[in-house]
Write a protein that binds this ligand. Structure first.
Ligand code: SF4
Ligand code: F3S
Ligand code: FES
Length: 269
């Protein structure tokens, strides 16, 4: 998916690569950003992956989303990247910023050096340039882990009122449900990069979430069947890159350790 919503700071101007800085920079009015983007289109394999530099003026409140939108609007309509919400909610704009996974719509250019690099998230299928197919990976993980509430009732009463839940427990579940499936944790994980089927911190967090949910009738034995192997919780080497980069600050370290302890106990039974 590739969506552009042009939001252009009034002060920003664009220049092709190599152009003179101009009087604005001489006046100290705006610093120049040198944005190096790793470009490759799998549909055009004859063009090798290469870096392309775009130069534009920084502006107050500019995010990488705004910068990339300007590049595509005014300099290079062929540049591919993904955005939907621009508010850190949809998870579609994750990319490597100076080699570190981050959400482009939540990254202010003022917090970066004037020269920086952007590259697509590794692990996921590349669509083109900065656009990757996280949806396909997340769907596969979700089907494998069956990330939905399992109930044993064969004929649930659809007319009954909602199930009651203690507010504290609902809060704990909500905390883990804040995951936006951006893929940052997967891209930052050494295991995920070596092991194609590893479910990643995002998957282990979902197991922790459904294990907490009293409406889900799966037992720890059932969860062990799903994640009690090297593609699940025992593949995690506690590298903790996932925890460091999660843009929603989910407690991944705690949750992974918790799931591992529970699954180890199941394995000893
Ligand atoms: Fe993104 Fe955090 Fe969810 Fe991983 S756990 S997909 S980093 S929000
Ligand atoms: Fe990977 Fe996080 Fe484990 S980075 S190895 S899932 S602690
Ligand atoms: Fe939705 Fe960045 S555009 S999280």
């Amino acid at each position: 998916m590739s969506i552009i919503i042009p939001i252009l700071p009034a002060a920003a101007t664009l220049q092709p690569e190599g152009a003179a800085a101009g009087s604005a920079a001489a006046d100290g009015a705006a610093r120049k950003l040198n944005i190096r983007v790793l470009r490759f289109d799998p549909r055009r394999p004859e063009v090798a992956p290469h870096w392309q530099t775009y130069v534009l003026d920084d502006a107050a409140g500019m995010t990488l989303f705004i910068a990339l939108s300007e590049i595509r609007e005014r300099l290079d309509p062929s540049l591919q990247f993904d955005f939907v919400c621009r508010a850190g909610i949809c998870g579609s704009c994750a990319m490597l910023v100076n080699g570190r996974p981050a959400l482009a719509c939540r990254t202010l250019t003022k917090n970066l050096e004037s020269s920086f690099t952007l590259a697509p998230l590794p692990v996921f299928e590349l669509i083109g340039d900065l656009s990757v197919n996280t949806g396909k990976w997340m769907r596969g993980m979700s089907e494998r882990l069956q990330t939905w509430v399992h109930q044993q009732e064969s004929n649930p009463d659809l007319t009954r009122l909602e199930a009651r839940m203690e507010p504290e427990l609902a809060e704990q579940i909500y905390e883990l449900d804040r995951c936006i499936e951006c893929g940052c944790c997967v891209s930052a994980c050494g295991t995920a990069r070596m092991r194609e089927d590893f479910v990643g911190a995002v998957g282990l967090n979902k197991i922790a979430r459904f294990r907490l949910d009293p409406r889900d009738t799966r037992s720890d034995d059932d969860f062990y069947e799903i994640v009690g192997d090297d593609e699940g919780v025992f593949g995690c080497m506690s590298l903790l890159g996932c925890h460091d980069v999660c843009p929603k600050q989910l407690p991944l370290q705690t949750q992974i350790a918790f799931v591992r302890r529970k699954m180890v106990a199941m394995g000893w039974k």
